[in-house]
Design a binder for this molecule. Structure first.
Ligand SMILES: C[S@@+](CC[C@H](N)C(=O)[O-])C[C@H]1O[C@@H](n2cnc3c(N)ncnc32)[C@H](O)[C@@H]1O
Length: 214
């Protein structure tokens, strides 16, 4: 359970709209048993609803892990392509297997560093889901803006970072650099009128950002 929601609310939300396919159940169970962090159930419910409204044609995901979120996002109506980047070869391989099992032909996987991918890519996206190294979020954000279509949206998972962003008492020593960087990103965004943003206190905190000037 995260530090963001009360446990009974989180359980209630998770039960409200449970997994629909056997593969989703299997992947969620695998992630839990093997301590692979994947999107929280209630964030998935929210994001799935939001993406069905936004109707992105092309999605970029930074941080594939076992391919769980790549699979359901690529199955959202109207998504023509989903590109996903993962640095760890063993995760990349596991995700490949799972994506093939789910028969998601519109997913393209890239193995490597998310920041390098953003530097080299010439692609443009309607939605960019940032879920790789948390300490790199400010750098990903700057680079992702260059790859975002007009009216595009960027989503960040784990933005409240187990409550450490808003409550100093929860900060773990070894996480101080990440906490400082995430706080700086949030305070800069707060002051910057060029962006519309909303911070949703679900899961570990989810942030949506879009440019105002488009
Ligand atoms: C939270 S998991 C992704 C979960 C996935 N989006 C989901 O919800 O199913 C984060 C992943 O990012 C990967 N990662 C960490 N640093 C990275 C980097 N610099 N470039 C690309 N991937 C990275 C990790 O190996 C890990 O598999």
């Amino acid at each position: 359970m995260s530090e963001i929601l009360q446990d009974h609310i989180e359980s209630f939300l998770d039960d409200f709209s449970p997994e629909t396919s056997d593969l989703s159940w299997e992947l969620r169970a695998y992630a839990k048993d093997n301590h692979v962090p994947i999107i929280d159930e209630e964030v998935k419910q929210f994001l799935s609803f939001y993406l069905n409204t936004l109707k992105p044609r092309k999605i970029l995901e930074l941080g594939t892990a076992i391919g769980y979120s790549s699979i359901w996002m690529s199955q959202i109506k109207g998504v023509q392509e989903l590109h996903t980047v993962e640095i760890r070869p063993e995760m990349f391989a596991l995700a490949k297997e799972n994506i093939e099992r789910a028969n998601c032909k519109n997913v393209r996987q890239f193995q490597g560093d998310a920041a390098d991918y953003l530097d080299k890519s010439q692609e443009m996206y309607d939605f960019i889901f940032i879920d790789a190294a948390k300490g790199q979020y400010p750098f990903y954000f700057k680079k992702a803006l260059q790859r975002l279509e007009k009216n595009g949206v960027i989503g960040f998972d784990n933005i409240l970072f187990r409550g450490m962003i808003s409550n100093q008492d929860l900060v773990k020593r070894r996480k101080i650099t990440i906490v400082k960087r995430l706080r700086k990103l949030l305070s800069e965004l707060k002051l910057d009128q060029a962006y519309e943003k909303t911070l949703i206190p679900l899961g570990d905190g989810f942030l949506l950002v879009r440019r105002n000037d488009v």
